[in-house]
Design a protein around this ligand. Structure first.
Ligand code: ADE
Length: 221
């Protein structure tokens, strides 16, 4: 998979794409990250990428030319082109699963004051990562990258498998315990030490349901 980011702040990605599983996926040759500073496509003297809104009003609007020209240069066919904005469809696990099978994904990261509306003709999807306003789409694109890349086959091992992840099953995950058996008076539930796999499965399923009912009853509806 190739993931392209049209951004004015490519340096924001350094730590995230070069750590942990996202780095491992790149090192294994499974994904490639391509950072494009679309300020390089500005045709103005001072590399301006935004301008005052027609009709007046507060805030600046992202100009169409740098984004269109950066896209022309990309030359990707059949890519999913995702505009990050708070008005987009809410991001979720199902969307991550769907995107994890794509060959090319382009994220267009702009700023909330607004995109020139014509930029929307370039995109296949508009996505929001939650009902709050970020200063730009960069953190949203990194969040989405993380959720998508870990689902690509061979990025994480069988032991780390995501098949039991919260949301993949439609429920929140059951509690987990590791050694020691007792810590500061808190004991690991007996059933997990019993070796009875059927009982353990039942316990996990019950805890999963209980947790979902308590924390996210909306998922059960
Ligand atoms: N840009 C600004 N806020 C955003 C959000 N919540 N999701 C995606 N992109 C954004």
């Amino acid at each position: 998979m190739n993931i392209h980011y049209l951004t004015l702040f490519p340096e924001m990605y350094d730590g995230v794409l070069n750590s942990s599983i996202l780095k491992r996926a790149k090192d294994k040759g499974i994904v490639d990250y391509n950072l494009i500073n679309f300020r390089d496509y500005s045709n103005s003297k001072h590399n301006k990428v935004d301008d005052y809104p027609y009709g007046g009003g507060a805030g600046m609007v992202l100009k169409p030319e740098p984004v269109f020209e950066a896209m022309d240069d990309l030359e990707v066919d059949n890519a999913r082109v995702i505009l990050l904005c708070p008005q987009g469809a809410p991001f979720n696990q199902k969307m991550a699963e769907d995107l994890s099978t794509e060959e090319d994904i382009v994220f267009i990261c702009g700023h909330y004051e607004g995109y020139d509306e014509r930029i929307r003709t370039l995109v296949t999807d508009e996505v929001s990562i939650g009902d709050y306003v970020l200063t730009g789409g960069e953190l949203a694109s990194m969040t989405m990258t993380d959720a998508i890349v870990r689902l690509i086959p061979d990025v994480i091992s069988k032991q780390e498998s995501h098949e039991q992840d919260s949301f993949s099953t439609g429920l929140l995950e059951h509690p987990h315990y590791t050694r020691p058996r007792e810590y500061r008076g808190m004991k690991v539930p007996e059933v997990l030490l019993s070796g009875d796999h059927k009982k353990i499965e039942e316990w996990r399923r019950d805890e999963s349901l209980k947790r979902t009912r308590e924390r996210r009853p909306d998922l059960l509806e």
